[in-house]
Ligand binder design. Structure first.
Ligand code: FAD
Length: 515
């Protein structure tokens, strides 16, 4: 019997797990090496007392039909067995200057396009043309299965495939058009000052391509972007279970130190306690920087990689300060996710300042807190995650003190907004960029790899290969700007297709029955 090709995978985040599943489906013999004691990487949750803190999924694209990602997740999971919560409102934004015609300063963003159209028309009938165009821009994205899975049709003659693919030229045109439309550009088209201010604040006063907003909106509208009840770790655990069912093996608590090479080909991994695991090929699904500059000592690089390292090619995605509270009341009357202005600016010791606070009440997930209680998280995005990483490394005492000070300043501002909330706090947790780095090794604590910016549609910044190195493949959220769970599964699937081609194996997938 011919021996199977042996592939060692680094990292049991969603990218590593999904790559592992698809490689197993295609007859490769894989083993996964993970530094942490649990699967999931960034897609995680943790317990503190009677509360569960969620570190990731507010929503996952493709949890039901109507998105190309559904086809992928259903190759790995029985989605019908997973309870999802679908939000009616994606977010609420309290604006500073103007109120709507009913006197409310809260701008609502509904997940249902028609509800959003009705809401906007009610407030701003004078802006009918802009509103119709805005809703159209979202709905037109629903005409396409994104990403298109053409491998589902292997027997279709190439000419028909060509015609099918040519439809996607239209999508490309739409994407390029929408890419130029930022929330600021769109906001300025509205005459109504309240709606204008609402759109200006979609991304916390930042200017971002509307595509970043519209693409998920198209999926929300189809009720295919649910939040998995039970939280992110359960989601990751389900994929880890699928991987082991397919015959894969996971080594937890096994940090990889080096990728071993011979004659410029990857031949194995050096892990904890200097144990060597040989193989025919390596897939790294761990942090991009670590993979290139630590595991391989920066020996296989080109100018582009060096520009990425020097942050001249792309901007890093923000890191996150995630402060979570366990509250002894369920706060069901509060919107699940609202961003509102604060009277005194909040400043982190890393130098980042915020004029707004966002509160995320998880009262829609009863599994995270005992009955009558809830979990509430405040997230803060920073470009200076490295400050926290260095502080924790160099001065643990100050790190702890700064954390406590930051929490206290948030509690003060929460108390202004919700008098009495201070007394309801039973649990406090603060995950800093140093926490992200400690548990996942992600460079500078980045939460989603690279920032999409205006490079969202350009060539992937990090390819499958490294120059001059054979039998090494790369696949993770760092492969595409914006990262996220859909990128992770898409990459895991695509890298498998690529490896299949290299080893002359016809790519195949196995659907899990959805019932
Ligand atoms: C606060 C927050 C909220 C988010 N919300 C969403 C959301 O709502 N929807 C969404 O789609 N995405 C969201 N994301 C992004 C999403 O979590 C990530 O993009 C995705 O999980 C990345 O998966 P990955 O496998 O590519 O990387 P990672 O999760 O970073 O996995 C890499 C794995 O490699 C392991 N590793 C690293 N170094 C080594 C080593 N030396 N040896 C062995 N193992 C190693 C790590 O421990 C980790 O398990 C969020 C992220 C954060 C931080």
């Amino acid at each position: 019997m011919q021996q199977k090709t042996k592939i060692n995978i680094i990292g049991a985040g969603i990218s590593g797990l999904t790559a592992g599943c698809y490689l197993q489906m295609n007859g490769f013999d894989t083993e996964l090496f993970e530094k942490h004691s649990i699967p999931g990487g960034l897609c995680t949750s943790w317990e503190k007392g009677e509360y569960t803190i969620d570190g990731c999924a507010h929503w996952i694209l493709g949890t039901d039909k109507g998105s190309g990602f559904y086809n992928m997740w259903s190759e790995l999971l029985n989605l019908k067995q997973i309870p999802f919560h679908h939000h009616d409102e994606r977010l609420s934004i309290e604006v500073k200057e103007h109120a709507d015609k009913y006197g409310s300063k809260v701008f609502h963003v509904y997940t249902n396009c028609e509800q959003m159209r009705t809401y906007l028309m009610d407030i701003a009938p004078e802006d009918k043309k802009v509103i119709d165009q805005y809703i159209h821009d979202i709905k037109v994205l629903q005409e396409f299965e994104t990403p298109p899975l053409m491998d589902k049709l292997p027997l279709i003659p190439s000419i028909i495939r060509g015609i099918k693919m040519s439809r996607y030229l239209k999508l490309l045109f739409i994407l390029l058009k929408q890419k130029k439309q930022t929330n600021f550009v769109l906001a300025r088209k509205f005459q109504n000052p309240f709606v204008r201010e609402g759109f200006m604040n979609l991304f916390d006063e930042q200017e971002v391509s509307m595509l970043v907003f519209n693409f998920p909106m198209a999926v929300f509208d189809q009720k295919s972007a649910g939040y998995p009840i039970g939280g992110s770790l359960k989601w990751s655990q389900r994929i880890a279970d699928r991987y082991t069912e397919l015959g894969g093996k996971i080594h937890y608590n096994t940090p990889v130190k080096k990728i071993l090479t011979e004659n410029d080909a990857a031949v194995g991994l050096l892990v904890r306690n200097d144990v060597i695991h040989t193989c025919d090929a390596v897939v790294s699904a761990a942090d991009w920087y670590k993979s290139v500059f630590d595991f391989l000592d920066g020996k296989y690089v080109d100018d582009k990689i060096l520009r990425l390292r020097d942050e001249k090619e792309m901007d890093l995605y923000y890191s996150v300060l995630l402060v979570t509270f366990g509250l002894k009341r369920d706060y069901k009357e509060q919107p699940h996710f609202i961003r509102f202005p604060i009277t005194t600016q909040l400043e982190s010791p890393c130098g980042t300042k915020w004029d707004r606070l966002e509160t995320h009440f998880y009262h829609y997930d009863p599994t995270l807190a005992p009955e009558g209680k809830t979990v509430m998280a405040c997230s803060f995005y920073t470009k200076n995650g490295q400050y926290w990483i260095d502080l924790r490394k160099n001065d643990r005492k100050k790190y702890r003190e700064e954390k406590l000070k930051f929490i206290a300043s948030i509690v003060d501002r929460l108390e202004e907004r919700h008098p009495g909330i201070k007394d309801d706090i039973e649990m406090t947790d603060f995950a800093t960029p140093a926490t992200i780095y400690r548990y996942t090794n992600n460079w500078q604590g980045s939460a989603q790899g690279w920032l999409p910016g205006d490079k969202m549609l350009s060539k992937p910044p990090v390819g499958f290969l490294l120059p001059g190195l054979k039998n090494y493949y790369y696949s993770s959220m760092w492969s595409r700007p914006g990262g996220g769970l859909p990128v992770a599964i898409n990459q895991g699937r695509d890298v498998t297709k690529y490896i299949c081609k290299q080893f002359n194996v016809p790519f195949k997938t196995m659907k899990v029955e959805q019932k």
